[in-house]
Write a protein that binds this ligand. Structure first.
Ligand SMILES: Cc1cc2nc3c(=O)[nH]c(=O)nc-3n(C[C@H](O)[C@H](O)[C@H](O)COP(=O)(O)OP(=O)(O)OC[C@H]3O[C@@H](n4cnc5c(N)ncnc54)[C@H](O)[C@@H]3O)c2cc1C
Length: 429
């Protein structure tokens, strides 16, 4: 699929498919941001790593997303509720650090490996209605108590409208610690960083089966060869169908759409989004957008929680785009596409061991850019023998829907309709 990201990637390195059998310390299944970030973490710790990717590096949600690196950790409230029972007052610190850890990993990695991924800073989290404002204010107060006065501020409606030329929203939280970037360039950059440390990548190599053969090794089968490894990391997220007996019923696919306009020119970009912030709003099914490095508007939304594809993304998203920025009425749209994100019912990202020696991380519920880096670090630490944070994630209670995937997605869709109805009744939709 041609997306803005593949269009603007520049010269892409490609990797040969697996041809024959191999043996290594760790085999990673899937080369999205989870797989590539885990590869870097493991190689930095001295492991030999092979990454097997069914399509091409970054082909999944990673190469199709909004490119926003936010501190809005999915499932944070559910995590806090459970952690308070076991960790007491430390629960708040655990979740707070988790919220921001991914940002530091990403920034350090970009710097250390000189990854050019159009990095910018600054997000506006916009209030759809006045009812959101008390919560926004308390979000800012919390951040200030945690020492983020320089990064986080509350904007009134007028202050927001000085920055965004839109009739929408009642106020906003400005956060200058949050990042936005070209997610495919970051992913490919991390793959190349891992490769520089000895990692071997194989594209167009779909893993068809994973078998534990004895106490020491796991066999990962593909049509063109088998890789034997001491450990496996499953990083296929919403796109993989492996180990269904253990994993089915936890993760549900949601389709999201993204479009990118023609280049708008510096003056128009500055007119509609003065400070070049990435923006997302406070609704359950939200709009999110940002200006790309070459001055186009990238605009996403239209989530379909039933997992069915969105037929004409540009047609569906155009009314929201034009309602957001009337100055862009009739603007030409150069690219549009869909992608699949993995949704977990209580929204707590899933991390743990499927069975001995087989790790997995998935289900970031639309917030994967920062979270994937945090979970990659935790998985690599666990492979190296330190399990504390992995155990904490494994201890989280998870909903498993004991029905076929399609019926599970229908339940998620139904649940979302319930929340949308609540938003509508509360005047938020
Ligand atoms: C449209 C859209 C917008 C989004 N916007 C944002 C955003 O702005 N900010 C944010 O934080 N998050 C966002 N997300 C979520 C984010 O993109 C994901 O959470 C993240 O990219 C997940 O990365 P991943 O590596 O785990 O999975 P993916 O990127 O989906 O990668 C999984 C890879 O595994 C491969 N694979 C699957 N099965 C196999 C197999 N059997 N063998 C080998 N390989 C296999 C696939 O080909 C794929 O390349 C968005 C998601 C979508 C779809």
């Amino acid at each position: 699929m041609k997306t803005y990201y593949t269009h603007s990637l520049g010269q892409k390195k490609s990797w040969q498919a697996l041809d024959g059998d191999a043996q290594t310390d760790v085999v990673i299944v899937g080369a999205g941001i989870t797989g590539c970030a885990t590869a870097v973490e493991l190689c930095e710790r001295g492991f030999n790593v092979i990454v097997l990717e069914a399509n091409t590096v970054g082909w999944g949600a990673t190469g199709r997303n909004g490119g926003q690196v936010t501190g809005s950790l999915s499932g944070d409230q559910a995590m806090l509720k459970q952690l308070r029972k076991t960790h007491g007052a430390d629960a708040e610190d655990f979740v707070w650090n988790l919220r921001w850890r991914g940002h530091d990993i990403i920034k350090n990695r970009i710097e250390r490996y000189a990854i050019d991924c159009d990095l910018k800073t600054g997000h506006l989290f916009t209030a759809w209605t006045e009812k959101d404002l008390p919560e926004f204010q308390s979000m800012v107060d919390d951040a200030h108590q945690r020492g983020m006065e320089a990064n986080v501020s509350y904007l009134t409606k007028d202050e927001l409208h000085e920055r965004l030329q839109t009739p929408l929203y009642e106020g906003a939280v400005l956060n200058t610690k949050n990042l936005h970037l070209h997610s495919l360039k970051l992913c490919v950059g991390e793959a190349m960083a891992a490769e520089s440390l000895g990692c071997i990548f194989h594209e167009n190599t779909k893993v068809t089966n994973i078998k534990t053969t004895n106490q020491q090794l796991v066999e990962v089968e593909t049509p063109t060869g088998t890789v034997r490894a001491k450990h496996v990391v499953l990083a296929g997220n919403a796109y993989h169908r492996l180990l269904r007996q253990e994993l089915a019923g936890y993760l549900f696919p949601a389709k999201l759409g993204n479009l990118v306009t023609k280049p708008l020119g510096d003056a128009l970009c500055q007119q509609i989004n003065r400070d070049d912030n990435a923006v997302y709003d406070s609704r359950m099914v939200l709009d999110y957008y940002r200006i790309t490095q070459d001055g186009r508007l990238m605009f996403g939304g239209g989530t379909n929680y039933s997992g069915r594809d969105i037929s004409d993304v540009a047609k569906i998203l155009r009314p929201s785009l034009e309602a957001t920025f009337p100055a862009l009425k009739g603007v030409a749209i150069d690219f549009s596409w869909t992608g699949t994100a993995g949704i977990v019912i209580n929204r707590i990202p899933m991390l743990g061991k499927v069975k001995e020696r087989i790790y997995y991380a998935q289900g970031y519920s639309g917030h994967g850019m920062a979270t994937s880096h945090i979970l990659a670090e935790i998985m690599a630490t666990a492979v190296a023998g330190e399990n504390e944070d992995l155990n904490t994630f494994e201890s989280f209670w998870r909903w498993r829907v004991p029905v076929p995937a399609a019926a599970g997605s229908a339940m998620v869709a139904l649940g979302m309709k319930y929340y949308l109805l609540k938003e509508h009744l509360a005047g938020r939709a």
